[in-house]
Design a protein around this ligand. Structure first.
Ligand code: 16G
Length: 241
């Protein structure tokens, strides 16, 4: 089973074996994995070694523990490429998942100094502030707070933002979205975010801010999103030129 002469540590080989069994479909999300004792017998290693492998896999989000019950296979994380400027609706569709939005708030507010600067507006000019929970197959993935200039999208309604914002901007308004600057930061969910994302308070979340502009250079959105770190990982190809 494990190669005891390999320079790869035993715990690492166990992790790889368990991941392979997850990929092959032997262990589906929600399945309880065998106990530490059973695994140590199965792999013929100490319980300490099994524990090390389990702890690493819990920390990496492959497994989760439930107090008094056991250790279970977690949902595989969504791998989100960082290259293309796609919308949440498009991302989910591409994966064969159904995107949905639950509107938390929709209001018109005077732009703060920060938002005015980013949207190239005068201070106190009106902006829409839209807060949505973005879900994939009915499971919450992110809480998204979007700021949009009222002058650019004067007819925006609550109904529109329950569908795809990018589809509305491009297909209905005929505007052309060019690019965005995106920042990713690690934080923990505050009480409000934790409730909306259905995770325990202080769970890891990835805060992503996207500042987007149209082809004529007009900034059209500032979006601050909190993504569940247990459900998402971001990948990019990089080149050494
Ligand atoms: C993504 C974008 C967000 C954009 C939204 C539009 C990130 C971090 N954010 O969630 O900036 O407003 O897509 O999605 O990728 P929609 O067209 O489905 O409303």
């Amino acid at each position: 089973m494990l190669d005891k002469r390999s320079p790869m540590p035993m715990y690492y080989q166990i992790q790889e074996d368990l991941k392979q069994r997850m990929d092959s479909g032997e262990f589906v999300p929600g399945t309880m994995i065998p106990s530490e004792r059973e695994l140590s017998e199965h792999y013929d290693v100490s319980r300490m070694t099994v524990r090390q492998a389990m702890t690493n896999m819990v920390n990496d989000g492959y497994l989760y523990r439930e107090k008094g019950k056991g250790t279970f296979i977690a949902e595989q994380k969504i791998e989100q490429p960082l290259q293309g400027m796609t919308s949440f609706t498009e991302d989910m569709k591409q994966r064969g998942m159904e995107a949905s939005s639950r509107l938390i708030s929709f209001e018109t507010i005077p732009a703060t100094v920060e938002i005015a600067k980013k949207l190239n507006l005068d201070e106190s000019e009106d902006v829409f502030r839209v807060q949505r929970i973005r879900s994939a197959d009915q499971k919450p993935m992110a809480v998204e707070t979007t700021f949009l200039p009222v002058t650019l999208l004067p007819e925006l309604t609550e109904e529109i933002v329950q569908g795809s914002l990018y589809q509305y901007v491009e297909d209905k308004l005929g505007l052309s979205i060019e690019k965005a600057t995106q920042m990713i930061e690690a934080t923990v969910a505050d009480d409000h975010q934790a409730t909306l994302l259905e995770v325990p308070r202080n769970s890891a979340v990835l805060m992503i801010e996207r500042n987007s502009i149209l082809t004529d250079g007009t900034p059209f959105e500032v979006v601050k999103s909190a993504y569940r770190a247990d459900r998402y990982k971001f990948i990019s190809d990089i080149y050494r030129s």
